[in-house]
Design a protein around this ligand. Structure first.
Ligand code: ADP
Ligand code: MG
Length: 728
């Protein structure tokens, strides 16, 4: 007896099974049946030998006429002549004399390979073949083997598509009474084929409509299993118990709000309320806060942290980089003033201690902070991955805020949450707008809050593209604008893709050659580099201005000093890499020039320009690019210039990336249960699956009455990729 989990070694040869596993990670019947065709080719009759064209990939049905083994140039050459009645064709095998046993004159088989020409004669060298067993009805065998629509599989040289097709047939043959894990009502409601029919129709379609229906059903399955998994996870989270973090008297929150130099936006008030409600629950909050750069997420997060401190707990803010952690620390201590200085002379009585914990602290400094965290003296700690290190213990960690979640692995986030005695509340902040379907899939187990509007009084950002290839003089004008901006008392960022160019010594001729040779030399291509641009501007176009550089290779001390000096207005022009991409907040910066802008992704550009226009002065962003005016690169830049809507840009970005990237880096490498589902294309199916899963789980959260379906969800859960998708 076989079932879907039966290993392939039971039904195909060991060798084939080995190749399947090695090439595609396919080891069971189920995995094989989910190795879907990319497309189908319509097959008329099998190709006549007389019509073969050199270089074509063909499959022919023919009878062996003669077999000859000879030696030439120290090699055994097995030459097989076959005929299909229309003509002869020779097949050659080098050093595979053992095939002589199989390939006997008179036998009929299917032969597949690429048509080559040798000494003016067409031939197949090392063709794949399938001999039709003696005594079997040839017509029936061929009809079964070669239906009208031939699936084209992701294949390799060792395992060509038609061989995979054979394996499929073997696998399907074993699955006559394949049980369907989908409840009958759902199958009927959506008029889906059964699982058995779906597998059959996708691999051996009688017509293309059936193939399409099969594909839809199997795609729906993926969406549904994912939604069930996420739905169950949500239910599980709601069943965890933790401390409710409603303060008796929100002293800190009240004092903080009194200090705030502005009113919350309507959006911030809504989110504050959502979070307050979440924190009052006895199960952990699990919320994603998304909002444009500058939409005021940090303020919202800080309020939540203060609320937890008011209730007697501690809060930790995890930032992806040292620069960002420092930035948060500065912002937060500034907003809190004396409220952040508990334990010092200037400290307010109702305040708490706020600490910054990063890798660049000395061991002694870290120890002091560790002690204050363990005793509960520190209410709020901001840090990088140093927060996760072994020495860190909390007295009562009640809230974890993760900034820019996509830079953190789940493991890291979990490691921090493990430091709490009870599961802490979790708030994940992201400035990358997340399209709806991605939110429903990748982040489907999180509640989502969105800050749509920017705080009022914020001036708009204008973006222009500077096509230096066609209009080099525009660049001079750009530097002129930088000077004007500085003369008005504002500050300017200049962003470049490189720190320095590795191959400064290349001659112009070499660079040209590299460009002509194309892609593999792209890495060596010269791009605008911070360390080269800064001195050039300092002694040229921007002479006399206070210019500094900032990039990832600097020590964190230098970076911190530079950022502080820039924030204090002591630096007028900051030439930097994308280290300033996220979170950096200097309201007095009004202009940004992005060099080689086509080197950056759409969302990245949007993030970058969000650094300007944060004060009351209008922001100006110039995208400098040497790409030709009608190139796709230029079109992307124009799209960025045309809208400030992060959601529109996120979608453009998404369309240009591979699905694997959307669902997390980890998926692109390994196998995934999501083979068909595409978050952009399958919006309707995802909606449908969401609705169905909510209904199913409402009646039966454990899926006890649907054991087959439960089993499928369990399998997905176990799957490695599912673990990586866990954003909790
Ligand atoms: P984000 O974290 O979403 O990028 P921040 O919370 O850092 O945004 O806020 C960006 C800037 O706007 C900060 O200088 C902050 O003090 C300010 N800000 C936040 N909320 C408001 C508001 N409601 N009104 C005016 N300014 C605000
Ligand atoms: Mg921020």
């Amino acid at each position: 007896m076989t079932n879907l989990s039966t290993r392939l070694t039971k039904i195909v040869g060991d060798r084939t099974a080995q190749v399947l596993e090695k090439s595609f990670g396919v080891a069971t019947i189920n995995e094989l049946l989910r190795h879907y065709p990319r497309r189908y080719v319509v097959r008329g009759e099998l190709t006549d030998i007389s019509t073969l064209v050199a270089e074509d990939e063909v499959t022919i049905l023919a009878q062996i006429e003669a077999v000859k083994l000879r030696r030439a140039n120290g090699k055994n050459i097995l030459e097989v002549v076959v005929t299909d009645g229309s003509a002869n064709l020779s097949l050659t095998f080098f050093n595979q004399a053992w095939r002589e046993k199989d390939l006997k004159a008179g036998r009929v088989g299917l032969f597949a390979g690429k048509v080559g020409v040798f000494k003016g004669r067409r031939q197949l060298s090392h063709p794949d073949y399938q001999l039709i067993p003696d005594g079997e009805d040839v017509d029936a065998a061929v009809a079964e083997f070669a239906g009208k629509y031939l699936p084209v599989y992701p294949a390799t040289a060792k395992l060509p598509s038609w061989k995979i097709m054979q394996c499929m047939r073997l696998a399907l043959d074993t699955q006559d009474d394949l049980p369907d894990y989908l409840p009958t009502e759902i199958i009927q409601e959506f008029k889906y084929p059964t699982l058995k029919k779906a597998f059959t129709d996708i691999h051996q379609p009688p017509d293309l409509d059936s193939a399409e229906n099969a594909r839809t059903r199997l795609t729906f399955d993926e969406a549904l299993l994912l939604q069930l998994l996420l739905g169950q996870r949500r239910i599980q989270i709601s069943q965890l118990s933790t401390k409710s973090r409603t303060p008796n008297t929100p002293k800190l929150v009240a004092a903080f709000e009194k200090k705030l130099p502005f009113k919350y936006t309507a959006g911030q008030m809504v989110v504050n309320e959502q979070i307050e409600k979440d924190l009052s629950n006895k199960f952990p909050m699990h919320r994603l806060l998304q909002g444009e750069v500058g939409s005021g997420k940090t303020v919202v997060a800080l309020r939540a942290m203060l609320s937890v401190v008011d209730s007697g707990g501690q809060a930790a803010l995890l930032a992806p980089t040292e620069v960002l952690a420092q930035q948060h620390y500065r912002t937060i201590t500034k907003l809190l003033g004396d409220l952040a200085m508990a334990g010092t002379l200037e400290g307010s009585e109702i305040g708490t201690a706020v600490e910054l914990l990063t890798g660049s602290l000395s061991t002694a400094e870290k120890k002091v902070i560790h002690a204050k965290l363990a005793s509960g003296q520190t209410g709020i700690v901001i840090g990088t991955h140093a927060l996760i290190s072994d020495g860190v213990e909390f007295d009562d960690l009640g809230l974890v805020v993760v900034d820019e979640q996509h830079r953190f692995g789940v493991e890291q986030r979990d490691a921090l949450r493990m430091k709490a005695k009870q599961p802490p509340h979790l708030l994940v902040m992201t400035a990358t707008p997340i399209p709806r379907t991605v939110a429903m899939t990748v982040f489907g187990d999180l509640d989502i809050s969105t800050l749509k509007e920017l705080p009022s009084g914020r001036a708009a950002i204008t973006t222009h593209v500077i096509p230096v290839l066609e209009k080099p003089h525009y660049l001079d004008r750009a530097w002129q604008r930088v000077k004007e901006e500085v003369a008005k008392g504002f500050q300017v960022y200049i962003v470049a893709p490189r720190i320095e160019n590795p191959n400064k010594k290349l001659t112009e001729r070499e660079i040209l050659a590299a460009q002509l040779l194309g892609e593999e030399f792209l890495d060596n291509e010269v791009m605008v580099a911070v360390e080269e641009l800064a001195p050039e501007l300092a002694s040229g176009a921007l002479a006399g201005l206070k210019i500094a550089v900032l990039h990832g290779k600097q020590s964190s001390e230098v970076k911190d000093q530079t950022m502080s000096a820039f924030a204090a207005g002591q630096i007028q022009v900051l030439v930097a890499t994308t280290v300033i991409e996220v979170g950096v907040d200097v309201p007095n910066a009004s202009m940004m020039v992005i060099m080689d802008a086509d080197r950056f992704g759409v969302s990245q550009l949007h993030q970058l320009r969000g650094r300007v226009g944060r004060g009351s002065a209008p922001g100006l962003c110039l995208l400098v690019s040497g790409a030709p005016e009608d190139s796709p690169s230029m079109q992307r830049l124009s799209a960025v210039a045309a809208t400030l809507d992060g959601f529109v840009l996120a979608r453009i970005d998404l369309e240009q990336r591979k699905e694997g990237d959307v669902l997390g880096r980890s998926q692109s490498g390994g196998r995934s249960h999501l083979r068909l589902l595409k978050v952009l294309r399958d919006e309707n199916l995802i909606d449908q699956a969401r609705t169905v899963s909510v209904k199913l789980l409402q009646d039966d959260p454990e899926l006890i009455n649907l054991p087959d379906l439960k089993n499928e969800v369990e399998k997905l859960k176990e799957d490695e990729s599912a673990r990586f998708m866990d954003k909790s």
